[in-house]
Design a protein around this ligand. Structure first.
Ligand code: M6R
Length: 369
């Protein structure tokens, strides 16, 4: 069943180019057309939406954090993202003009299910993004957009995450298209960019040997920190979650801009810090700021592991280890930048002698609140 791989996790990491391509299949084409007829919420209702609320747990929550950037950019609708386990306890403000997006690989996560039930009771429409046909969350939602990752067996989510991101981008673009926002022209370009993403993920996977070697060399460490800005921040959170659950190490993700508000005090000699660097093109101010952040932590002794776009030369002097990812538009970068972090956590955990498919204390699907 593992098709020659040492673990399901390794197999599922390797399956990501196909998972991404399958999730796009029939929904986008190379000419830039987006078709999402399966989202059975009438266009008239979607045009009236005045707030999007994403609810999810764990890795799916990180997909939601990234979705916020895409939804707000392409649709100009305010978007909140909330941990499903917190959602209903704060008496959230919801009505018929609220679109709730519930993201869940299994479709059985009780916290997410209870959040969407609460949302529907208040009159909100719920769109599920789910990987499991016929599971409870899509059955109880108004509409569903399935991710086509195929069954995910390893407890740590990898390919499901990438396909959740794809689905989130599709929802954002679809909402933008239905509502005819000023970003209409951009939509065709992004759809074309998405069509090339599977190949980009494949290229990343082909360059992972140095990342594995680095991971093995860090197996004795106690802490790894992850920094990012913009969509790189949720990527940093996801990298840290993977390391916690697989390697049982202290790992934390931070927004790089927060460093000087506290976390920089943690930096000490030879502390590994992974930094996810946004593209130098587009939002270049963001890029320049993170380069300063890398300089700041390196000056304090951190061992910098820099994930940066091919051709980004500005990071080179400050990177103790440099991991290249293909150039993508800023919003899509998580699709390529997350992959090295998955490989890193899997290899580091294996080097520590841990069972990567079944980490201690964890279950694949959390069906209790
Ligand atoms: O099945 P779901 O997507 O609803 O699961 C949500 C989380 O339990 C899940 O993503 C968890 O955080 C993973 N083990 C992370 O790798």
């Amino acid at each position: 069943e593992k098709a020659g791989y040492a673990s399901f996790m390794l197999k599922e990491i390797a399956e990501q180019p196909k998972a991404v391509a399958d999730t796009l299949l029939g929904r986008v084409d190379g000419s830039g057309t987006l078709s999402l007829d399966e989202v059975r919420i009438p266009a008239g209702v979607l045009r009236e939406v005045d707030k999007v609320v994403v609810v999810a747990c764990g890795t799916a929550y990180h997909a939601g954090l990234i979705a916020k950037y895409a939804i707000e950019h392409w649709t100009r609708i305010p978007c909140e993202v909330e941990l499903a386990s917190e959602f209903r306890y704060r008496d959230p403000i919801l009505d018929q003009q609220t679109l709730v997006v519930a993201i869940s690989q299994s479709g059985e996560t009780m916290d997410t299910l209870m959040a969407l039930r609460h949302a529907r009771e208040q009159g909100a429409r719920v769109l599920a993004i789910c990987n499991t046909n016929g599971s409870t969350i899509p059955r109880e939602s108004d509409a569903v957009l399935y991710t086509h990752a195929g069954p995910e067996v390893a407890v740590a989510s990898t390919k499901a995450f990438l396909t959740q991101l794809v689905a989130c981008y599709l929802v954002a673009l679809y909402l933008g298209q239905v509502r005819g926002t000023k970003y209409g022209d951009e939509i065709g370009d992004v759809v074309r960019d998405l069509s090339g993403i599977s190949g980009a993920v494949e290229r990343v996977l082909g360059t992972m040997d140095p990342v594995r070697e680095l991971a093995r060399s860090l197996a004795h460490k106690n802490t790894v920190l992850f920094l990012g800005r913009h969509v790189g921040h949720p990527v940093a959170l996801e990298g840290a979650l993977k390391l916690k659950e697989l390697a049982y190490m202290h790992a934390e993700g931070f927004a790089a801009g927060e460093l000087k508000h506290g976390p920089i005090a943690l930096i000490e000699e030879d502390l590994p810090v992974v930094v996810v660097v946004p593209s130098p093109r587009g939002r270049s101010i963001l890029h320049d700021k993170i380069v300063s952040n890398i300089q700041e932590i390196r000056a304090r002794g951190a061992r910098t592991i820099v994930i940066a776009e091919e051709g980004d030369e500005a990071v080179v002097p400050y990177a103790d280890h440099l991991v290249r990812v293909p150039a993508t538009p800023t919003l899509l970068q998580p699709l390529v930048a997350t992959v090295p972090l998955q490989v890193f956590a899997c290899e580091l955990a294996t080097a520590r002698g841990n069972e990567v498919d079944q980490p201690r204390n964890l279950a694949k699907s959390v069906t209790v609140e």
